[in-house]
Design a protein. Structure first.
Length: 344
């Protein structure tokens, strides 16, 4: 019998890339959770398959509506659940903390409760569940306390934004449902991952977007930036979704939690200069610090220790940082040429 996968947040960057990977690498049917107002830009290339019911199906539900989630899980009974949906923008969480906490913590609880109720009604139903937390749970780690080989799974949480706090709740809920109800829930803390379709509220994506707009003469030759000193380790989103597939298919263990991240580490300012070097007008661009792009607190030492996940699955990142940045910049060049953008 063919397997089925459910992806919450399929219209996001990671969800859409995960769908692409599963279509290419498995024979599974894929059910994507959408809200009625979800933008479809990232899944535009999938809509023909959706309309033809060719392995991709969209189901309407909302993390803030328990009834919709209970109905969805009971209807689809997916073998694999990838819970990626969230209010995923740290900067936004400072101005919308309650919405962030409600969507990410209570929304995760509502989803897992819907799964639990379905399992209670059907004892043969035993899905494998991936709950996506975030490296932001570790927050602001002082340099003198950062482990030599990077942030490992047992490092204490010190969240530095309402978003990060919400992901602490998400992380702990995944483990709670595994331990309390015997559900096979695995939790990941993915470090910075990027590439085509990355939202422009994230630093490397807004840099690429601004550069693309400058190249088209749409804005003055200035790239507005926040804190360029933060240290980040980058992974390509296409490596990230491959890791998520391995998480649920390589000896999945309920209650386990893993740090996942790339192998290229640099300051945010170095990322900006990598993108600038790829620009056709690099010699004309000025860098301008914008106070509105600075966080009240910054999680500025995001360097992972991924040995636990690598030892368990054999996963390794494969896509070079420069390739990721080039693909991100080209993505924004195409969007800007089509007029698919708002402001810098």
């Amino acid at each position: 019998m063919k397997h089925t996968a459910l992806i919450t947040g399929i219209t996001g960057m990671v969800g859409s890339h995960l769908c692409d990977y599963l279509l290419e690498s498995t024979d599974w049917d894929i059910y994507g959770v959408c809200r009625w107002r979800s933008p479809l830009d990232n899944v535009e290339h999938l809509l023909t398959r959706v309309n033809q019911k060719d392995r991709v199906f969209f189901e309407y539900a909302d993390l803030n509506d328990s009834i919709s989630l209970i109905s969805l899980i009971a209807k689809v009974k997916p073998d694999f659940i990838f819970h990626l949906a969230a209010q995923s923008y740290p900067q936004t969480s400072f101005t919308a903390p309650i919405d962030t906490l409600n969507t990410n913590i209570l929304g995760t609880c509502r989803l897992l409760e819907a799964v639990r109720l379905t399992m209670e009604a059907d004892s043969a139903y035993k899905p494998l569940i991936h709950v996506c937390a975030s490296s932001e749970v570790f927050g602001k780690i002082p340099a003198e306390k950062k482990p030599e080989q990077g942030i490992h799974e047992e490092c204490p949480f010190h969240p530095a934004s309402p978003y990060a706090i919400s992901k602490v709740g998400t992380d702990l809920l995944g483990r709670y449902y595994a331990e309390a109800y015997g559900m096979t829930v695995m939790t990941t803390r993915m470090f910075t991952h990027t590439g085509p379709r990355r939202g422009d509220v994230f630093h490397e994506s807004t840099f690429a977007k601004q550069i693309a707009m400058i190249e088209q003469g749409l804005i003055p030759p200035q790239v507005h930036v926040g804190n360029l000193k933060s240290l980040r380790t980058y992974a390509d989103v296409r490596d990230a979704v491959r890791a998520y597939h391995m998480l649920v298919t390589v000896n999945p263990i309920g209650g386990e939690f893993y740090n996942i991240g790339g192998s290229y580490t640099c300051e945010v300012g170095d990322t900006l200069h990598t993108l600038l070097e790829m620009s056709t007008v690099k010699d004309k661009i000025e860098i301008v610090t914008d106070p509105e792009r600075l966080r009240p607190i910054d999680a500025d030492l995001q360097v992972p220790d991924c040995r636990k996940f690598k030892a368990h699955t054999g996963w390794e990142p494969q896509i070079a940082f420069e390739t990721t940045m080039q693909d991100l910049l080209n993505y924004w060049r195409e969007r800007v040429k089509k007029g698919q953008f708002l402001t810098r």
